[in-house]
Design a binder for this molecule. Structure first.
Ligand SMILES: [Fe+2]
Ligand SMILES: [Fe+2]
Length: 451
């Protein structure tokens, strides 16, 4: 806790002391279902036994626990490191802050903490005690659940705006912190979900994807957790101004007239204004709404009185926005070749996008993002399961069909950065992505839509 008070979550000193704590707890939880540490009077106790000597040494800590109302802490089997990081960070907060923002429960929800309880506060369900920690196949399930909850949240946000109600700031915060957890657990699972076949730029799905891609970039840049939350919310809300634009213009299939385009362009300013007037919405969201169509070379809209470069968050969201919009347009045209999207965006590097941020983005998602079906030069068909930061065109794949087009039964992993030691050449290379995959059955866990 002291370490957390002094350092960020990412700092090595905090990480190493937290690891020590985690492994000690994990050791006990291997044999016990739960550990409860409580404060009785001025003494700290395990079970019902007080530790007088220890209590004398940690007087300040006991006082702190009492003042924040945490006189009983229970750790349950299944506790994971991420939860512990969140929990210790909450304990290190100023007691006033915790009280003011609605108590532990709010923080527990935000941090997705289910295997720790404080006093009577616990997010655990009664029957959860014997459940093991999240199994790998559940990672996708949990990502899918969060992703889908985003659609309801977006609907709620648009309804709130339409009826002049206060935006659900708490809902946004919980959604974004769940997304961050999913990304930290398994990045590929969320990226697969962003690959839904077709959606328009007005859809909820677009806003959710932009939020995910933006958190992904910010996390990759090593920005701190608080910033991840803010940029995630900003991504989610970047297009709220579109609510002011008539649906028939937004959804028009053919080319837009000049007047229609002028109306569409208003959504940045309108969105910024709307968000500035919303209580408790971070000003970053308004800034991003205003700036997300301003290009790196200062082109784009809205018209500005001063030429000042946009902020980092806006440059990040611009990339996420463009990428998702391009892919979804492609899906309408019946083609979603990710390598085309990549080429097109790289052409705009330094014009539309910050060149370094754009390179960084494709290092995270790859030219062929997870979930993409690809044809290899060995004539095998594979599915991308993990991007490679070494070479954005050489991800890890699972081979699902052999060169004769027969299903291999048990898909096997292939790392495309691998070279043949004899020739020094790459063993296998992607020829192209496969757009229409009716011919090939994608394993259930790599399907974007729920089974
Ligand atoms: Fe926009
Ligand atoms: Fe957008």
């Amino acid at each position: 806790m002291q370490m957390r008070g002094m350092y960020s979550k990412e700092h090595t000193l905090f990480k190493s002391s937290l690891n020590t704590l985690y492994y000690m707890l994990d050791d006990v939880l291997f044999e016990e279902k739960e550990i409860t540490i409580g404060v009785i009077g001025d003494e700290v106790a395990y079970g019902k036994e007080p530790f007088y000597e220890t209590s004398r040494q940690i007087k300040g800590f006991i006082q702190h626990l009492k003042s924040i109302g945490a006189d009983k802490i229970t750790f349950y089997k299944g506790l994971n490191l991420q939860e512990l990081v969140e929990f210790v960070s909450i304990l290190a907060l100023n007691p006033e802050t915790i009280k003011r923002t609605g108590g532990f429960e709010v923080y527990f929800k935000m941090g997705n903490i289910t295997n720790v309880a404080v006093g009577k506060i616990s997010l655990r369900k009664k029957d959860q005690t014997d459940q093991p920690a999240e199994a790998p196949e559940d990672v996708m399930l949990s990502a899918r659940k969060n992703y889908n909850s985003g659609e309801n949240l977006m609907k709620e946000i648009f309804d709130d705006i339409n009826t002049n109600q206060v935006l659900n700031v708490e809902g946004i915060r919980i959604f974004v912190s769940n997304i961050i957890n999913n990304l930290l657990n398994n990045r590929a699972s969320l990226l697969i979900l962003t690959a839904v076949k077709s959606h328009d730029e007005y859809s909820f799905v677009h806003n959710i994807n932009v939020s995910i891609f933006s958190v992904l970039q910010a996390e990759g840049l090593g920005l701190e957790q608080r910033y991840l939350n803010d940029i995630g919310a900003a991504g989610l809300l970047h297009d709220v101004g579109k609510i002011s634009i008539p649906g028939e213009i937004l959804r028009k299939k053919g080319a837009l007239t000049e007047e229609e385009f002028a109306i569409i362009k208003r959504h940045s300013v309108y969105g910024a204004k709307l968000l500035l007037e919303s209580p408790d919405i971070n000003v970053l969201a308004a800034k991003v709404a205003f700036e997300h169509h301003i290009r790196y070379d200062m082109g784009g809209y809205p018209d500005r009185a001063f030429d000042k470069r946009v902020g980092l968050a806006s440059m990040i969201v611009t990339i996420s926005d463009f990428y998702d919009a391009l892919r979804s347009k492609r899906a309408y045209a019946g083609e979603v070749a990710p390598e085309k999207t990549y080429e097109e965006m790289i052409k705009l590097s330094g014009k539309h996008f910050h060149p370094l941020l754009l390179d960084h983005f494709f290092r995270l998602v790859g030219v062929y993002p997870p979930g993409t079906l690809v044809e290899l030069d060995s004539d095998e068909i594979a599915i991308v399961v993990k991007e490679s930061s070494l070479d954005i065109k050489r991800p890890q794949v699972e081979v699902i069909y052999d060169k004769n087009g027969n299903s291999v039964g048990e898909p096997y992993l292939l790392n495309l950065t691998e070279k043949d030691p004899a020739t020094g050449k790459f063993k296998k290379t992607i020829l192209r992505s496969i757009i229409s995959n009716d011919k090939f059955e994608v394993p259930e866990k790599y399907k974007p839509s729920a089974p």
